[in-house]
Design a protein around this ligand. Structure first.
Ligand SMILES: Cc1ncc(C[n+]2csc(CCOP(=O)(O)OP(=O)(O)O)c2C)c(N)n1
Ligand code: SF4
Length: 274
């Protein structure tokens, strides 16, 4: 009996679509379904990994749902009291000029209790990279109004919707900080869809490069979802993010002074002076 051989079928080499970044731990997270924090964590892990910054990074976690970021990112982390991450990061960066320092804060943490710290760190042009996840509410404590909450938005502390006369207007923190000359770079990304997530990654990368170049303070705001705090399904929260949140907080580069400010050389890494 002769063996029959069929036509040769060329088997294409498998194409890698996605791999868990090395700096992202393999644990599952405590985040609710549809929460944007996990997406931002992945982007942070990808960018720091691609820039080879993992070993020299000291991150500072704020207080909020992402307080456990240190469990999910394989980085040295320091925990700051509520709102104080930029002050803690300032101290770390000044005593460890070889370190790469980033902060990770929510909008309650940065734009409410920590307003003074972020404003003054930015005004001083501290060489830190600030990540600001704006989901428009205090997620961790039950979805209360934050300074970033939209007018008309219902929260557990504004059941009738936020009213300007009673609760003030939403605070555009990134645009406010962008006025300060110490801010070398400010941008706003979104987790609304893969295209927006790709742009957010580019903003984060640039904000890291700004610190490496010693150009000044850099901030990336990411408008994000909190389906539980918003009383929505994950699907509805994506629509709300696209239609309502992005209208008030439009994604894009807010300021880029790296073209006009002379860029100082990056500080030498520890041990490089031989
Ligand atoms: C000094 C102090 N005040 C209040 C709290 C309670 N608290 C914990 S998290 C939080 C809000 C966090 O909201 P946000 O920063 O927007 O983060 P999210 O949970 O939405 O990601 C508050 C008020 C606290 N832990 N410490
Ligand atoms: S409460 Fe909101 S911010 Fe916190 S984990 Fe759940 S969806 Fe995310």
């Amino acid at each position: 009996m002769t063996a029959t051989t069929g036509p040769r079928v060329a088997t294409a080499a498998p194409r890698l679509i996605y791999r868990r970044p090395e700096l992202l731990a393999e644990d599952s997270t405590h985040y609710c379904p549809g929460c944007g924090h996990g997406v931002v964590h992945r982007l942070v892990a990808e960018v720091l990994g691609e820039l080879g910054l993992g070993p020299r990074t000291i991150a500072v976690a704020g207080v909020g749902c992402a307080v456990f970021a240190y469990d999910y990112l394989r980085l040295d982390f320091c925990e700051a009291p509520h709102g104080r991450a930029p002050a803690v990061a300032t101290g770390i960066r000044r005593v460890r000029p070889d370190a790469f320092v980033l902060t990770y804060q929510g909008d309650g943490d940065m734009a409410a209790i920590g307003t003074a710290e972020i404003v003054h760190a930015a005004a001083r042009g501290e060489l830190i990279t600030a990540i600001f996840v704006n989901n428009g509410v205090y997620g961790m404590t039950g979805g209360q109004m934050a300074p970033t909450t939209l007018l008309g938005q219902k929260t557990t502390s504004t059941p009738g919707g936020r009213e300007a006369a009673l609760h003030g207007y939403p605070l555009p923190i990134t645009e406010m900080l962008a006025l300060l000359p110490g801010v070398a770079y400010a941008a706003r990304g979104s987790v609304v869809d893969p295209g927006a997530i790709g742009k957010t990654k580019a903003y984060l990368r640039k904000a890291c490069e700004v610190q490496l170049a010693g150009a000044g303070f850099a901030i990336v705001e990411v408008i994000s979802t909190c389906p539980v705090g918003w009383g929505m399904t994950p699907r509805e929260s994506i629509d709300w993010l696209r239609d309502a949140v992005a209208e008030v907080y439009p994604p894009g580069v807010v300021v880029d002074r790296t073209k006009t400010v002379p860029v100082a050389p990056a500080p030498a890494a520890a041990g490089s002076e031989g």
